[in-house]
Design a protein around this ligand. Sequence first.
Ligand code: CTP
Length: 416
Amino acid sequence: MAKRCSLRGKSTMGQSILLGVSGGIAAYKSVDLVRRLRENNHTVRVIMTSAAQSFVTPLTFQAISGHPVGCDLLDAASEAAMDHISLARFADQIIIAPASADVIARLAQGMANDLLTAVCLATTAPIAIVPAMNHRMWHNPLTQANVARLQQFGYAVWGPDEGAQACGEYGLGRMLEPDAIVKHIENKNSVTPIHSKTIVITAGPTREPLDPVRFISNRSSGKMGYALAAAAAHSGAKVILISGPTALAPPKNVEFISIETAAQMYEAVMQQIPHCDIFIGAAAVADFRPTAVAPQKSSKNDFSNTLALTANPDIIHAVAQFKPKPLTIGFAAETHDVKLHAMRKWVDKGLDAIIANQVGLAEGGFDSDVNSVDLYSANGATHFPQQSKTELAYRLIGWISNYYDKQTKDSIKNIG
Ligand code: CTP
């Protein structure tokens, strides 16, 4: 079904793309998306929800895609043209843009109460949602839980972007521009420099026990590390995610190693490094552990005013000492003097690059769904503005992939 073609110098395949359009003002942008996908040699068929038809007519999508548009699960004429099972089989990739809060909720519940959701249930093709909604609807914990559930089941989430919204408000919830969506599809289909490379990622906090019921830990949610693991796996890398305790489900297509303490994380990482091409330290590793761990629950009377602590190994520093060492990327989450601290850690730990962000603000950082970061490397500084951690992860993996490619080519030149 797929045919090879050249996209702006990249080798990729013309695919059969099924575009689901749900209700929202951003539906008009999807008309342009279809045009661009066809220009890039993809075959596009469109399914519209009934809400989408209040914004753009099926005739518009029919004219631009060159195929009849699927609108109704229970309509004999549409089912005769191409039934929902055939549509599910047709798709190499399903993209839902815009994906409204309503369609995200229905997909997360496994509902099949219209043509689009029925096709999504019946397909084995990868599905990406491109959310578009008011920023308060996007931040609503119910929407966030639905999005997280879809990610658990292997759905990719592209966006949303931050900006002025149709309702006159400002925030995170704008649909990605068609250009950015096309880039996601191209990146997904093209062979990236990190394709088949092994990437080890640490994520989440570590827990350092005092006794069987108490521990020292920190506020890391693991969201950034898990998003990086998902994005790297989508780019075709073999990903090993070594994680402390979090509330997140491991992303699809990722080898998952669960640990609790910094010492266990160190052991797990050291075992993987000899076979690893890239190491990303996204974990918030506890620097110290209680020197003595009581075998039974201590009483408050057992604690003195001081707690004896022993330093934990610096995992990423140990990784950077390996010869040959993997491309080694660290994180620095700081409350103040962010650049200063990040640069010091970049040098002291022997890293190739460090990704710095500010924590302790109302938005962004630990436990937030959004983040903005600055990345420092021998190439200088790169700013990544505030965006969802999912979107940011794709951009960071894109940067890491290009840097890895350049480094590999440079070292081949030097040998030559
Ligand atoms: N890191 C690590 N092992 C440790 C501590 C940190 O691998 N024992 C890694 C983190 O995963 C991150 C980077 O080092 O990639 C910076 O972590 P951070 O906690 O900011 O640095 P620290 O060395 O703990 O410095 P400080 O406590 O002075 O902020």
